[in-house]
Design a protein around this ligand. Sequence first.
Ligand code: ANZ
Length: 530
Amino acid sequence: MNKVDVKEIDKKWQNFWLKIKDSPKISNKKKKFYCLEMFPYPSGKIHMGHVRNYTIGDVLARYKSMCGFNVLHPMGWDSFGMPAENAARENKLDPKDWTKKNIATMKKQLQSLGLSIDWDLEISTCDEEYYKHQQALFIDMYNKGLIIRKETYVNWDPVDKTVLANEQVINGRGWRSNAIVERKKLSQWFFNISKFSNELLEDLKTLNQWPDKVKLMQKNWIGKSVGCEIDFEIEGNQKVKIFTTRPDTIFGATFLALSVDHPLCKSFNKKEDFLKFKKTVSQVGTTEEAIANAEKVGFDTGFKAKHPFIKNKTIPVYVANFILMDYGTGAIFGCPAHDQRDYDFAKKYKLEIIQVIKPKVGTDNFKKHNIKGAYDGEGNLINSEFLNDLNIIEAKKRIISEIERKKIGKKTISFRLKDWGISRQRYWGCPIPMIYLKDGSVVPVEKSELPIRLPEDVDLNSKGNPLENHPTWKKTTYKKTGETAIRETDTLDTFVDSSWYFVRFCSPKLDDKPFDEKSLNYWMPVDQYI
Ligand code: ANZ
C-alpha cells in the first residue's frame, strides 16, 4: 500500500472547504450544518477513543461542506475538574499550568490528525472569558428563583473533610482515606429542576425521534407516582403525614415508619439508644440503592398511632432505616402482607401481618402469592370492611374519596426527580459568585465585579476545601453597602460548565454577553451531536 500523506490530503480538503465555506451563494441559501462533538477533558494526551469519535464528526462536517452547507465544527476543552487538582497535588504543580500544558499537547495532536475543526472557535471552560459569563448566568438564574440554596444530606469523609460522590464510597468507607463515611447535613446550591418534573415528563412525548428505551429511562428517572397523603394521629395530639401509592391496603397497615431525619425524631435526640441507632443508619450512605440493600432495622419510638379506619386500633410507630426523608413525606404506613420491605421489617420485629389482597384462585398471581413473602400482584380486597371485593383500582378510588371526605388527607403526586446539586467543595472549578453578609443573608456579587477569579497561591495539601482554608480570598466587601462579607467557597460542578458550551460556540468571542441572538438563531439547534 502506498504511504498516505495525511497533511497533503488535508491541505486539499482545507482549501476546498475554505473556498465553499464563505461563499455567498451558499449562505444565501441558509443551508447550515452545526456539527458538535462532546468536548474533551484535557487529561494529558489524545487517546483512541477521541480519534474514533472525532473522525465521525470530521467525515460528516466535510461531507456537508462538500454538499454546499455552511458548517460549524468547533472544538473546546472541558478544563475544570478534580483530576487537575489531584495531579497538581501529587506533583506539586499548579492546576492551571497542568491543564494548559495538556491542552497544548492535545490540540497539537488533534491538529496533526488533520481534523476539519475550526480552531478559531476554540473555547476552554477554565478561561475567565468563558466562566465570567457562567457566573453572570448564575446570578440571573438565582434572581429568577431557578437556583436555590438548601440543606441536604451528603456522604461526608471525616478524615479528608470533603463530600464524596456515591461512587467514591466503597463499602461504607471513603475511597481515599478509608474512613467510615458519615451522612452529614450541608447547605448547598441547586438548580431547581424538580419544579419542572411534570413538564419534563409531558414533553418526552414530543421527542418523536428518540429511541423508546431512552425515553423510558427518562420517564423512570423522573418517576411520577400517584398516591395520597394520610394524616395519622399520634398520642399527645401529634400528627404524622405519610405518603402512599397503595392506600387500598390501609386495612393491612400494622405500623408506621419514619425516616431518622423526620421532624418527630428531634424529640429523641437526647436518647442514647436513638443516637446509637442513628449513627448506624448514617453509615449506610445516601443512595436509594444502598438504603434498599441494607438490612432493615428500626427503632421503636414507643408511640402508638390511631388507625384512621379501624375503631380503637392502634399501631406502633418506628423509625426505620429504609425510609428516605427526601421522598414523599419521609413517613409511611407499613403493610407487611403486600410490601417486601415492610414484610422483612415485620418479621424481624414480630409485627402483625394482615392480608388484604386476595389473588384469583388458579391464576399465576395465585401461585406467586403462595411463595413466602409479600404479595404485590393483582387481586381483590379482603379484610377491609367497605373495600371488600373491590379490585385494587376501584379500592384506591374509593379509599381516596373517603380520606378526602374525612379531611385526613388528599390525592397527591410525588416525583423521584431531585434538584441538581451543583456545589463542590473543590478548588479547581468556577467560583460561585455569591457572598454571605453579617446578618446571615446571601446575595449575588455585583455583575461589574465579574469574573470572580480563583486565588493562585493555594495550599492544595490542606484538608478540606482549599478556598475555605485560604487566608484572605474569602474576605470581601459587599459593593452596595460597603459592609464586610464572606465569599462562597464552593465551586461549581463541572457539569455546569459543559451544559451550555454548545451555545457559546455560536459566538465564542463575544465579550459582553454569553451568546448573541443572531448567531444562535442561525446555528442552533445542533444538527449532529456526537
Ligand atoms: C403503603 C404501602 C403498601 C406501600 C403496600 C407499598 C405497598 P413508589 O411507587 O416508588 O412511589 N414510601 C413512601 N415514601 C417513602 C419514603 N420516603 N421512603 C421509603 N419508602 C417510601 O413507592 C411508593 C411507596 O413507597 C409508598 O406506598 C410507601 O409504601 C413507600 F402494599 O405505602 B407504600
